[in-house]
Design a protein around this ligand. Structure first.
Ligand code: TAP
Length: 479
């Protein structure tokens, strides 16, 4: 049974970010209250402290934001690309300058370890703006015709797992291509988007080019249904993605969907074990497993399964769960009590269906939402933990005998977002990657992201690509 200890937030690092007691919506370059005055609280999942009160946007607020974006589109869309690039470069530089503050904010509101927000999220956010700033004046050379045109107003809805990074993935290509934006962050993580609104002001971005409407799923639904929205970009669950696709059907709105995943991380018998174990740990425990491309199914070749699992358990025993602001923390807090309940329910289903549950002895804080790194062995393809996205620090282990069986099992999922391969043989990497139905395949590494590389899935993981040159297409009227 896990022991508990009292939670004590790290005081010095908390002080680098100044969170106001309340925030309004960011519409037409200004923060304003919701038309009906409604607010909701955002809570730190590690301490259960209320961080701030945030405006809850209703249909009237969404309408005001879309109108502001529509008005701004008139001038923004005809600005020379080189001028738009200057704003994007400026935003990237300010993100870098304020990255310590933003990293602490993100860890407080989301629960992710500061080492990850500082070394992964924030550098990638800046990189994304730098990358798309570089495209803004080169669109005629992007392969979409000599004079590609923006679509108009982009309505963007993002999840809570990488709040600022998902914002960057959405806003950077939209602005580079001359579109204007209304973005709705997730209800549990609105703060970094509101700090980003302040960065837009600091960068002198013309009013109305970026608008942020905070709220719950109903705000997202209002946004995607608004007739003034020309393009919808959504990242989140497959269930909500399907609902949005139904809303957009029969309209002239363009739609891209980045949805869930159930990635296979395939370890062949010739893989360097220590390196593979690091990749497995990174694949499933990075960001508490709240990652759409998490390597949540380990497929290990039967002849090395025992050796790999022994090494994996030894490594898991060294992982530290706790205060996201502690630089030694490997696994932070689960983002919300609802998500914790979902993870618990699926883990219980794993046990009930006959898989064997294992977790290292682990001290979990008394306050906040926590789940110990967990693995299941004896998992079959019929088990719910092998089929459903858990979105938490839970690894399901399956074995295989031949490469063909590995591929067959890896592809046996309604999802098709990502996969990993661990082997010494280049030929085996190419053979396997060619047969996997996954938008991203990593070999001898996992969770590597680069703004130049397109990201997106097959099957129920969605459609459209974000990142790279391909990411421009979703925001252009390609004729
Ligand atoms: P969702 O519940 O789908 O929420 C995503 C966003 O949609 C949130 O902002 C949410 O608002 C909003 N929303 C909820 N209902 C809506 C509706 N009917 N119409 C419009 N918007 C609505 O997902 P989540 O729980 O935040 O995120 C976890 C899921 O996202 C996982 O399945 C994960 O795999 C997926 N995900 C995928 C990717 C990529 S790139 N493929 C990346 C990250 C996450 P509220 O927060 O207020 O409910």
């Amino acid at each position: 049974m896990a022991k508990t200890f009292e939670y004590a937030p790290a005081p010095e690092s908390r002080a680098v970010v100044d969170i106001a007691p309340s925030y309004g919506l960011f519409v037409d370059g200004e923060f304003r209250e919701a038309a009906d005055g409604k607010v909701f609280k955002t809570v730190s999942p590690s301490s259960e402290e209320v961080l701030s009160e945030v405006a809850q946007a209703s249909a009237a607020d969404v309408d005001a934001a879309v109108q502001a974006a529509r008005k701004a589109f008139g001038t923004w869309s005809v600005l020379p690309g080189a001028e738009r690039a200057k704003y994007l470069f400026r935003i990237a530089r300010i993100v870098q300058e304020r990255s310590r503050e933003l990293a602490v904010l993100e860890s407080l509101d989301n629960g992710k370890p500061i080492r990850e927000s500082r070394d992964a999220d924030l550098p990638l956010v800046a990189a994304h703006f730098f990358y798309y700033a570089g495209w803004a004046d080169k669109l005629p050379y992007a392969g979409y015709g000599p004079d590609p045109k923006p679509l108009g107003v982009a309505g963007q809805v993002i999840p809570w797992n990488f709040p600022l990074l998902m914002l960057a993935w959405k806003i950077a290509p939209a602005l580079a291509t001359g579109n204007t934006v209304v973005l709705k962050p997730a209800e549990t993580t609105p703060l970094s988007a509101l700090f980003f609104a302040d960065i837009c002001r600091q960068a002198g971005l013309p009013r109305g080019v970026v608008n942020i409407v905070t709220g719950d799923g109903s705000t997202g639904a209002e946004l995607v249904a608004h007739p003034g929205v020309d393009k919808i970009a959504f990242t989140g669950s497959t269930e909500v993605g399907k609902a949005i696709a139904r809303t957009a059907a029969g309209t002239d709105k363009k739609l891209t969907l980045e949805l869930g995943g159930k990635a296979a991380n395939i370890v062949y018998d010739d893989a360097p074990v220590d390196q593979a174990v690091e990749g497995i740990v990174n694949g499933i425990f990075f960001n508490q497993g709240h990652v759409c491309c998490a390597g949540s199914r380990l497929l290990v070749q039967e002849s090395v399964a025992e050796e790999v699992l022994d090494a994996l358990k030894r490594r898991m025993a060294t992982l530290r769960v706790g205060d996201p602001l502690d630089k030694n923390t490997d696994i932070g807090a689960i983002n919300s009590p609802e998500q914790l309940a979902r993870i618990r329910a699926l883990a219980e289903a794993g046990e009930a269906e006959g898989a064997e549950r294992w977790a290292p002895a682990c001290d979990l804080p008394a306050t906040g939402y926590w789940f110990a790194p967990t693995l299941f062995t004896g998992v079959t393809q019929a088990h719910r933990i092998a089929r459903e996205e858990i979105f938490g620090p839970v690894l399901s282990v399956l074995t295989f005998r031949t490469p063909a069986e590995a591929v067959e099992k890896a592809n046996n999922t309604p999802y098709g977002l990502s996969a990993g391969i661990w082997t010494e043989k280049g030929s085996r990497i190419l053979w396997t990657a060619d047969k996997l139905r996954a938008g991203i395949v990593w070999a001898n590494t996992f969770n590597k992201f680069d703004p130049a590389s397109p990201f997106g899935g097959y099957k129920e993981s969605g459609y459209g690509r974000e990142g790279g040159r391909h990411g421009l297409e979703a925001y252009l009227d390609v004729r």
